[in-house]
Design a protein around this ligand. Structure first.
Ligand code: GDP
Length: 446
């Protein structure tokens, strides 16, 4: 899928890294980018408008503005909103509680219906271990029945057909046959036309009435873009579908159909079909599709780290503490634990507003030092950790700590110095503006 949305968002995040908060103007700018790339992806304009409004509203909310790396958090809002418009949760097949499960398929000619029936049959047999039969009732397209029989043969799935032109009769008899022969699931192929017309709709209504299907699956060609959503809506309004199989996703580079269908037609996408081979049917997961559209494996991982590994509040409190005079060894210890969870000091710095640019400069910090420091802190008393001046004032305490930790007194002194230095450094950062930070990140020793 084309990553223009992802590219644009990443650019925005890069540009706003280091800001403590985003202004409404920043967000408007970002939403303009989002709007453009969604329109380019052929998403329905009403959805685009609603989408950007929703994201903006959430992005302007208190929580985001106070957040860690606000640009990244807005990307998360975009991701969640993409997921929401595609239906939040994945929706599976509906099986009969007992007896034969009947799945009716509907769709325009060329939408990939026959191919999808084959794939679905294979999928149901493989994943859900059920005995499947097809009913060939697409009596209009000349080669449709032969095509289904060929597919059935290649998969070892029985295809019921009667060589007659009345779909209603075929379906009725086919269902009776399936019951007699103890099949678990039948998939009924129905008439497709090039365009939606009255006769076809009537026939589909009749077949549905007769078969009383558990699931009515509509195949829609993803390459149609947002037009796919309109087709789905027409079918749904007249027949009532319970799920969409979005076909030819392998050829869709834009994602417009996936993003428009649920909102426009209200039908959940249940499967995507991704090629001409029979094993290319996939259950549809809105969250995975959202990530795919954003092309954001990396970005998502980053966001997940922000939201799961370090608690937003925790990090903020830590920053405030570091800049205050009461910063002590307990805080330092907590900070190390946080860094450990994050994997590296340079990573955590990247998330802290104002420090993003220092990341590279600090990526050489020797992380083995952390272990020594931990041992030293562990050999302090609780009081000493809380009040660093106790150690500053007493050489006896320093000797005791060094002995307990199995290090030299000089190591303990180095730790004392680094606590003081950290405090000073944080104060300096706190008073810097963006330009100064940028200069500093280019020349850290300055
Ligand atoms: P029907 O008229 O709706 O039954 O459509 P078919 O199943 O005959 O498919 C129409 C054309 O689309 C055929 O050439 C299929 O091989 C092709 N097709 C179907 N599904 C897919 C898919 O997921 N990916 C690709 N690339 N082609 C597909």
């Amino acid at each position: 899928m084309k990553n223009s949305l992802s590219d644009r968002l990443q650019m925005f995040v890069r540009r706003t890294t280091g800001r403590a908060a985003l202004t409404e103007k920043d967000i408007d700018e970002m939403m303009r980018e989002v709007r453009l790339s969604l329109l380019e992806a052929d998403v329905n304009f009403k959805i685009v408008k609603q989408f950007t409004n929703n994201v903006k509203e959430q992005a302007l909310g208190e929580k985001i503005l106070k957040g860690l790396n606000p640009g990244q958090q807005v990307v998360k809002v975009v991701h969640d909103e993409l997921k929401r418009i595609m239906g939040e949760e994945s929706v599976g097949l509906v099986y009969a509680t007992s007896g034969l499960t009947k799945i009716m398929t509907i769709g325009l000619q060329g939408s990939g219906k026959t191919t999808a029936i084959g794939k679905l049959g294979l999928w149901i047999r493989k994943k859900d271990k059920k005995n499947v039969m097809f009913i060939a009732a697409d009596v209009y397209r000349p080669a449709a029945i032969d095509q289904l029989k060929t597919i059935g043969k290649s998969l070892g799935i029985h295809v019921y057909d009667e060589g007659i032109k009345d779909a209603r009769v075929i379906v009725k008899n086919g269902l009776a046959y399936a019951k007699e022969n103890n099949y678990d699931v039948v998939i009924i192929d129905t008439a497709g036309r090039l365009t939606i017309d009255e006769d076809m709709m009537q026939e589909l209504k009749d077949v549905k009435e007769l078969a009383q299907p558990n699931d009515v699956l509509l195949t829609v060609d993803a390459m149609m873009g947002q037009e796919a959503a309109n087709v789905a809506k027409s079918f749904h309004d007249q027949i009532g579908a319970t799920g969409v199989i979005l076909t030819k996703m392998d050829g869709d580079t834009r994602g417009g159909a996936a993003l428009s269908i649920r909102e426009i037609s209200q039908i959940p996408i249940k499967f995507t079909s991704n090629g001409e081979k029979m094993d290319t049917l996939e259950a549809f997961h809105p969250d995975r599709m959202a990530s795919r559209i954003l092309g954001m494996g990396d970005m998502l991982t980053l966001i997940e780290e922000v939201t799961s590994n370090i608690d937003e509040e925790e990090a903020k409190n830590m920053m405030e503490k570091m800049m205050s005079d009461s910063y002590n060894y307990l805080d330092l210890q907590k900070q190390f634990k946080m860094i450990k969870r994050m994997g590296s000091i340079s990573k955590i710095l990247g998330f802290i507003p104002g420090l993003g640019k220092m990341k590279d400069a600090l990526s050489n910090v020797d992380e083995k030092q952390f272990d020594i420091i931990s041992v030293i802190i562990n050999s302090m008393t609780e009081e000493e950790r809380k009040y660093p001046e106790l150690i500053d004032k007493s050489s006896r305490r320093r000797e005791r700590i060094a002995k307990g930790a199995g290090v030299q007194v000089a190591d303990v002194n180095r730790l004392r110095e680094s606590l003081v230095q950290q405090k000073q450094m944080m104060k300096k950062f706190a008073n810097m503006d963006e330009n100064q930070l940028e200069r500093m990140s280019k020349n850290p020793s300055a």
